[in-house]
Design a protein around this ligand. Sequence first.
Ligand SMILES: *Cc1c(COP(=O)(O)O)cnc(C)c1O
Length: 397
Amino acid sequence: MANTEPKKKIWLATPTMHGDELTYMAEAYHTNWMSTVGANINEVERLACETVGCKHAVGLACGTAALHMAMKLAGVRPGERVFCTDMTFAATVNPVVYEQAVPVFIDTEPDTWNMDPVALERAFEKYPEVRVVVIVHLYGTPAKLDELRAVCDRHGAVIIEDAAESLGATYKGKQTGSFGTYNCISFNGNKIITGSSGGMLLTDDKDAADKVRKWSTQSRDNAPWYQHTEVGYNYRMSNVIAGVVRGQFPYLQEHIDRKRAIFDRYKAAFADLPVKMNPYEADRAVPNFWLSCMIIDKNAMCRQTRGDLRASFVPEPGKSCPTEILEALAAQNIEGRPIWKPMHMQPIYTDNDFVPAVDGADVGADIFARGLCLPSDIKMTVEEQERVIEIVRSCFE
Ligand SMILES: *Cc1c(COP(=O)(O)O)cnc(C)c1O
């Protein structure tokens, strides 16, 4: 009888637990520190400082909350323009809008798929008054930090680093999340380590960290009654969540090593296909390889059409496209994902300015059209990855 059992699902990236998480969660329970105070929070803040190499860390409900707090610390005002990485998850830029400021999107460079320093310089020529720049390390690959920082320094702008995807990645030996004035990491369920949720604001500025501690716990003044002189937020991390994060931290390097092995296997397996893996600057940067992505050579793309909500393609021998590959994977119960659709292409941000390195260029749109994220779950077996590889290869037959 033919085996009609559906094959076990292969995921993009899911939490990988080790056991210690449960111990620390149980400790929170048994000591009744079930709220937003406790040993787990103190310990994960210490661990984050030690790992990333920053002086202060404030545990928060999520990375998005950390980015929102960073906007407040940078003093972003209503109507003010803020330069943002264009090809990213919307959570990078939405906090700009929470403060009623206006994101201006800076195009992507092809070497790391991050903010293009040349486009950033051009943006400052157009908007010299801008004071804040939000830089992402996409899929765990460090951006061109030296060049970006030189441009920001020249124009007196503050950097907010969105290191949500890049915890553990280094640039010239230094951890991402330590380059900006205010930095953010995330412990969302599919990140390199997770608390199921959670995030942190990282900074060397004690005053800034103290402000975030206050704002994130409803901005209570030091009075005998509930008194408030500033708007507050309920953004603090739970001590139960912190227990999960605490149990994960010792496994960060192991997770990175396993992610790297996945990346290297894809790279070797696709060496003879007209595709490339997501690039990084091997001489300066060590990514955390959070997601393995691939991009199809221009001349090996079949015709693909993407509307606002739907995609289609025309199959062609020897050629393929992300839509064909994602559909082929999904048909075998395998989860891939398109590249983050650039912010300047999002319906919500169509009125916002977009600055490429040269007029008419759009590197982000091109990577979005030709790239995709491959299953990068560290519990995926070599045999399961072979299946993914076979399906991708078959799309080019
Ligand atoms: C996940 C992510 C965030 C948001 O983190 P949450 O903890 O989910 O709020 C922000 N920016 C980027 C680039 C992310 O990938």
